[in-house]
Design a protein around this ligand. Structure first.
Ligand code: 1HE
Length: 267
């Protein structure tokens, strides 16, 4: 197969926000091992100044999932290693240094949905559709989907999607928890950037706690969770930045919480 000379993943820096784009539109951004490696490298090489990331995919589809041309000839041992490469890369993204906003359009299927579920915030354009066609392909999820997607929508919905080949549209996807926002076609990047800029303006220690402590707390028994929360709360509120932000509010120098402008679009 001749691969395009273009980089498989491209990064653009826009101040405190980086846009990391899957750049294999002629293959519908299918995730070959080279794409997964490029994605990991892109996240690992972001400059310190970046405080939030938008992850998107070029072309009409966010991502067609696993590059099916890669698994057809693999042995069981190679298959296991294949999944491990995905796990490590996806782990670096989910539990890296900055929150990730995923912008999705067209197909968000199989490994593409597994990748989207790594992100902390998901924006769907109207054209987005979500499916897990692994059953039809004779395989199983292998990019963390049985864990991450099940946490988003419950394992009952995941098994129903995989058994029946059900595909959720953007609005249905938002209702079940696959997307936080649905926007018009072509408006996803702007929404993603707006959200990423808001995230980048938070105190870094708060973002750290949200990314790293919340998922741990969700797995802990109540008493452990409350202890972890209390410790994390103490650390964040002791930071100089938190003290300054609370002072700014009390001195009427900081914004108030305002009602949503358009509640159905989640503004
Ligand atoms: C691919 C892939 C792919 C497209 N691997 N090459 N994923 C799937 O089962 C989804 C398979 N793909 C599709 O259903 C469709 O391609 C789409 C609905 C995403 C897009 O349709 P369309 O009409 O826009 O494009 P196309 O003509 O089907 O594809 C364009 C090219 O991309 C074509 O190659 P070409 O050389 O003939 O031009 C396709 O072969 C290629 N292509 N998708 C390889 N996935 C870690 S475990 C995860 C398990 C999974 O992800 S299972 C789900 C796999």
């Amino acid at each position: 197969m001749t691969e395009s000379p273009l980089p498989l993943v491209e990064t653009k820096l826009l101040g405190a926000v980086a846009v990391v784009s899957l750049n294999r539109p002629h293959k519908r951004n299918a995730l070959s091992l080279a794409v997964v490696a490029a994605l990991r490298a892109a996240f690992e090489s972001l400059p310190e100044s970046v405080r939030a990331v938008v992850l998107d995919g070029r072309g009409e589809h966010f991502c067609a999932g696993l590059d099916l041309s890669e698994l057809s000839e693999t042995s069981p041992a190679q298959g296991l290693m294949h999944s491990r490469v995905w796990y490590e890369a996806f782990d670096r993204i989910q539990f890296g240094q900055r929150p990730v906003v995923c912008v999705m359009q067209g197909a968000v299927v199989g490994g593409g949905l597994e990748l989207a579920s790594v992100a902390h915030v998901r924006v769907a354009e109207k054209s987005a559709y979500f499916g897990l066609p692994e059953g039809q392909r004779g395989i199983f999820v292998g990019g963390g989907g049985s864990v991450r997607i099940s946490k988003l929508i419950g394992f009952s919905r995941v098994s129903e999607m995989m058994l029946t080949g059900r595909v959720y549209g953007a609005d249905e996807g938002q209702q079940v928890g696959l997307a936080h926002y649905v926007v018009d076609d072509g408006a996803g990047l702007a929404k993603g950037l707006e959200l990423a800029q808001r995230i980048a303006s938070n105190a870094p220690l708060s973002n750290f706690a949200i990314m790293h402590a919340l998922p741990l707390i969700a797995e802990q028994p109540m008493a452990h969770g409350l202890m972890t929360e209390g410790l994390m709360a103490t650390v964040t509120q002791s930071d100089g930045e938190a003290k300054e932000r609370m002072r700014a509010f009390l001195e009427k120098r900081a914004g108030k919480v305002a009602p949503a402008v358009n509640p159905t679009a989640g503004d």
